[in-house]
Write a protein that binds this ligand. Structure first.
Ligand SMILES: C[S@@+](CC[C@H](N)C(=O)[O-])C[C@H]1O[C@@H](n2cnc3c(N)ncnc32)[C@H](O)[C@@H]1O
Length: 164
């Protein structure tokens, strides 16, 4: 699966996980919506949850790297199939333990696992000291989401974690 990032460039460049991935040729950065390939766009505001069914439609996974302060709904103007990630918790030092607030690398890795590409997710996360922790913290939900048929199934599984 190809991983792409629409790079807004408004976040601290030293902490930016997308820039680090790009340095290792693990993602391609794009500086405009037009230049960003069409695919599944990871968007926390999307109505539909990502599920394994999305793997049938695309080989392209896209994240938007911008600061959380500017990550409002209007910012996600990229063309593509927009999907929200289900309940998962962050392992990055800035938002450790917070649900849904994932860095770009965590979001791409979660997307890859759900779409059936776990080894690819592990390659991305291996560049971060806390990368393995992300998979450990979310081991059970990630395995359950990856075994779902469709978005409705994913939402049902997510409900069990939200109710806890
Ligand atoms: C807001 S940026 C923050 C990036 C941060 N500056 C970094 O260095 O990684 C994180 C991006 O990851 C994706 N993302 C994060 N959490 C998500 C979620 N719960 N659902 C869908 N996508 C998510 C989105 O593309 C989002 O724009």
């Amino acid at each position: 699966m190809d991983c792409h990032v629409r790079y807004a460039g408004d976040d601290d460049p030293d902490k930016c996980t997308a820039r680090k991935l790009a340095r290792f040729d693990l993602v391609e950065l794009h500086r405009s919506d037009r230049a960003t390939p069409y695919g599944v766009v990871l968007n926390p505001h999307a109505e539909q949850a990502l599920s394994p069914a999305d793997a049938a439609d695309t080989e392209t996974l896209v994240a938007l790297d911008c600061s959380w302060e500017s990550a409002g709904e209007a910012r996600f103007s990229l063309p593509g199939n927009h999907r929200a990630l289900p309940y998962l918790v962050a392992a990055n030092p800035v938002n450790f333990g917070k649900p849904f607030r994932l860095t770009t690398v965590e979001a791409l890795a979660a997307g890859l696992v759900i779409l059936g590409h776990r080894p690819h997710a592990e390659r991305l996360l291996s560049k971060f000291t806390w990368g393995e922790t992300f998979l450990d913290l979310n081991d059970e939900p990630l395995r359950r989401y990856a075994a779902c048929d469709d978005s409705a199934d994913v939402v049902a599984v997510q409900g069990e974690y939200l109710d806890r």
